[in-house]
Design a protein around this ligand. Structure first.
Ligand code: GDP
Length: 454
């Protein structure tokens, strides 16, 4: 980390402004070489967190009028001296300033290199660093809130506490191995078992919450299914607030799967509108229907659209029976019914939602139902420290397995040095989550997913 890095922090193209970010030991010298502040006195006070107007020049030529933000070590994103040059938003202007910085000794930053330095300098742990990527790529309010909460350090604190619990267990075991006294061992075993059990339960709670966290981050793979003409495409369009799927009153017009993402009640649905399920001689339509059946297997949520004034078909019964846990039934076209009693009866059957796409009825109930499923009633709250990242979840799952193995070992009266192997393994995995103990290749892999300039 001896070198000084530079990159454009804003996206390429024309914009109001561009920001060029500079970090490292030589950043201050480069700025002294190329920046002429309007208010020299103020500049020379080296006051931190100031924005300074002036001109950026190189080889005797003025390149632009700029504002330079100054964030000196250790109070910066990377922990190093950081300067952010706000220039006019032309790609040519920004490029010239970038080249000038390189000419004066900076190297072009790799993707995520600023964040990697922040991690290596202890400004962020891995959970927070990965939250930065998630925040940048979040597409719903809930996923942005989740990433922001993780960036704030709440989740890291929970993981760090769990790690400390496991460390304490290890210390307890090692002290007992060092001073084995038969008469206290039984007493110690009980204490140890309760400590392991506590860490095990804490891990399980975190894993339970991670199901919701993962959905908030990645969305729910959702299939809209039903016989032709029940209003599937109309539902999709209403959810999307735009005409994306073709709506006609001719059955069988959606022959392939249409994919769209939409936020329903703050939850991202990765929606697939499918070909209507029916008996058909049409070869293309049959292929479409086959894909629909396959899509149902992988779906995490199925919106089964049925028609209020027509009895269920065998296929609809089959879907209901096979995929009960992940089906919400949209009983569409209730506007065609005058039998209120019948509608009320449907309403009482849990996930059956009386619906009229045309009259815009049922959408709110659908939102509530989806949120209830994601937040498991109210077992999980949006404000909980939720794990959502696949890498972190996988490490926690390994930690959970190691702890359950340790519990088994102690219950079966196995020697303590065997126990310590399981606990060490649990410690290794929990440490990986925040980056207490990670290999360089894993770091490279994580930070290469960032954009340049972040
Ligand atoms: P799909 O084949 O299942 O995708 O059905 P479409 O969305 O193409 O709709 C078929 C027909 O049903 C169209 O004429 C829609 O306008 C009509 N439709 C959709 N929703 C409703 C509804 O809630 N009430 C009534 N009466 N008609 C609807």
């Amino acid at each position: 980390m001896d070198d000084t890095i530079v990159a454009m922090a804003t996206a390429k193209g024309e914009a109001g402004i561009h920001i060029i970010r500079l970090s490292g030991l030589k950043a201050g010298t480069i700025i002294e070489d190329c920046f002429k502040p309007q208010n020299k006195e103020r500049w020379l006070t080296r006051e931190n967190y100031t924005l300074n107007l002036g001109v950026f020049h190189d080889e005797g030529k003025v390149l632009d009028q700029v504002l330079v933000g100054r964030m000196l070590t250790p109070y910066s994103y990377t922990g190093e001296d950081v300067f952010e040059i706000n220039c006019h938003g032309g790609p040519f202007v920004a490029q010239r300033i970038l080249q000038a910085c390189i000419r004066h000794g900076a190297n072009l930053a790799e993707p995520g290199e600023f964040s990697k330095r922040a991690f290596l300098n202890g400004k962020l742990d891995l959970v927070q660093a990965e939250a930065v990527i998630d925040l940048i790529s979040s597409r719903t309010e809930t996923s942005a809130n989740l990433a922001l909460a993780q960036l704030g350090g709440g989740l890291s604190d929970t993981i760090i506490k769990l790690r400390e619990e496991i460390l304490e267990i290890l210390a307890f075991i090692e002290a007992s191995i060092d001073f084995p006294e038969d008469d206290v061992e039984n007493l110690d075993r009980e204490t140890l078992e309760s400590k392991i059990d506590k860490a095990f339960v804490d891990t399980k709670n975190l894993l339970d919450g991670s199901k919701t966290g993962k959905i908030l981050r990645e969305g729910l793979l959702t299939v809209i299914v039903g016989r032709p003409n029940v209003g599937k495409s109309s539902l999709l369009n209403s959810l999307l607030h735009e005409e994306r799927a073709i709506v006609t009153d001719i059955p069988g017009t959606t022959r392939d799967i249409i994919r769209e993402s939409v936020s329903v009640g703050g939850i991202l649905l990765q929606l697939m509108d499918t070909a209507g399920i029916c008996e058909t001689e049409d070869f293309v339509e049959r292929l479409g229907i086959e894909r629909t059946w396959n899509a149902l297997k992988t779906a995490e949520l199925i919106l089964l659209v049925v028609q209020a004034n027509i009895p269920l078909t065998e296929d609809e019964y089959h879907i209901l029976k096979t995929y009960a846990a992940k089906v919400i039934v949209i009983v569409n076209k209730i506007d065609l019914m005058d039998d209120d009693y019948h509608i009320e009866k449907l309403n009482q059957k849990g996930s059956w939602i009386p619906f009229s796409v045309i009259q815009h009825k049922g959408f709110q109930e659908l939102e509530v139902e989806i949120r209830n499923r994601v937040f498991q009633g109210e077992a999980v709250l949006e404000s909980d420290p939720l794990l959502s990242n696949v890498r972190q979840i996988s490490s926690l799952e390994h930690c959970y397995t190691a702890l359950s193995q340790a519990l088994l070992s102690i219950q079966n009266g196995l020697p303590w040095d065997i126990l310590s192997i399981d606990i060490r393994e649990a410690l290794q995995y929990v440490s990986e989550i925040t980056g207490h103990n990670v290999q360089e290749t894993l770091l490279d892999d994580i930070f290469s997913r960032f954009c340049i300039g972040k």
